[in-house]
Design a protein around this ligand. Structure first.
Ligand code: DGY
Length: 338
């Protein structure tokens, strides 16, 4: 397979790029200063066939986590040179296939770290303190008296916060727990953080078994990969405290949602807060019926400022690569030197 060269585009006229989902008009306007832009102006996800058809002749694409960029698509789109994901996660990309084809892949790290960590903590609080469950009760007109243990939830301050996956967002969650809520922070990650970062996050590395057994609140922030599939399933849930809460702001597929629904139903763990789901936007039907789970539609990075920063960073990657052969946040930087 021959890889296209990675030098800036010098073809006559503006290079053509595809924006696969609706983004902010300001971002489209910036792209139009450099490119001939075809854009999806809806929130509908194009089918793989439609995406492939629209990518013909395109040098770049701005994608979201919903568009799969795999070997088959890349083979069918020989003009494609760069795919810029508007997400920090890039499990929708087959990165080795991109690299083999000389296609640069980029993501949007850093700009969403603090916003996503805020949301992780919000979901933890809502889950532990039964915020949505009690709100539904109130809205249903069922609140007619005070009761000593009504919606008594789990303590957050001073408890043990466990974090599985201690990248930038995990560290943000750790700092909030340690410094804001006086929590003891333990984490598990393939590689240990350096001592200075551990000290800043007041976090201690433990084995995965220790993490599961000791955490009062376990937050999942690890990237999805085939190895990470069902990192938390029935066996892991059985190792958690019956009083524990589980928060998933990572990716659907990290948790076995069917096993989680069973564990929540049987109260093998107390509660869960989920922002991501296997096969989303579908949600496991059993989860929808349970009171002890807080469900949100993949919105951890959703503030207007952060979504704008993500869209601009994805656009900047397209502009930098197709006009100068550079990239701001490459996932496969080896393509740049090819
Ligand atoms: C990310 O950036 O990976 C988010 O999950 C998408 O919003």
């Amino acid at each position: 397979m021959s890889a296209p060269d990675s030098t800036p585009d010098t073809s006559v006229g503006q290079p053509a790029v595809l924006v696969a989902r609706r983004v902010f008009p300001e971002v489209l306007a910036r792209l139009r200063q450099h490119f001939d832009v075809e854009a999806n102006d809806t929130d509908d996800v194009w089918s793989p066939e439609e995406l492939q058809r629209r990518l013909q002749g395109k040098r770049g694409a701005l994608t979201t986590g919903s568009e799969r960029v795999g070997a088959e698509l890349l083979a069918a789109c020989p003009d494609l040179r760069v795919v810029a994901n508007m997400a920090v996660g890039f499990n929708n990309f087959d990165v080795p296939a991109c690299t083999a084809r000389g296609v640069l892949a980029t993501n949007t790290p850093d700009v969403l770290t603090e916003t996503t960590a805020d949301f992780g903590f919000a979901l933890l609080m809502a889950t532990a303190r039964r915020v949505t469950e009690s709100e539904h009760f109130l809205r249903a007109g069922l609140w007619n008296r005070w009761s000593v243990d009504m919606f008594a939830g789990a303590e957050v301050h001073g408890t043990t916060l466990g974090i599985l996956g201690m990248g930038r967002i995990g560290q943000g969650v750790a700092r909030r727990g340690a410094h804001g809520f006086g929590m003891k922070v333990i984490y598990h990650n393939r590689s240990r953080l350096d001592a200075a970062t551990e000290a800043e996050c007041k976090a201690t590395w433990v084995s995965k078994a220790e993490l599961l057994a000791q955490a009062d609140h376990l937050v999942l922030v690890l990237p999805y990969s085939a190895q990470a599939h069902h990192s938390v399933g029935a066996a892991e849930l059985a190792q958690m405290k019956p009083s524990a809460t589980l928060i998933n702001i990572a990716r659907g597929g990290i948790v076995d949602d069917a096993a989680l629904a069973q564990a929540l139903k049987a109260r093998r763990i107390a509660a869960a807060g989920l922002d991501v789901f296997e096969g989303e936007p579908r949600v496991h039907p059993d989860l929808l019926t349970l009171p002890n789970v807080v469900l949100t539609p993949h919105i951890a990075s959703a503030t207007l400022g952060t979504r704008m920063a993500m869209a601009n960073l994805a656009a900047d990657n397209l502009i930098a690569y197709l006009t100068e052969g550079k990239a701001l946040t490459p996932v496969n930087p080896e393509v740049l030197g090819a």
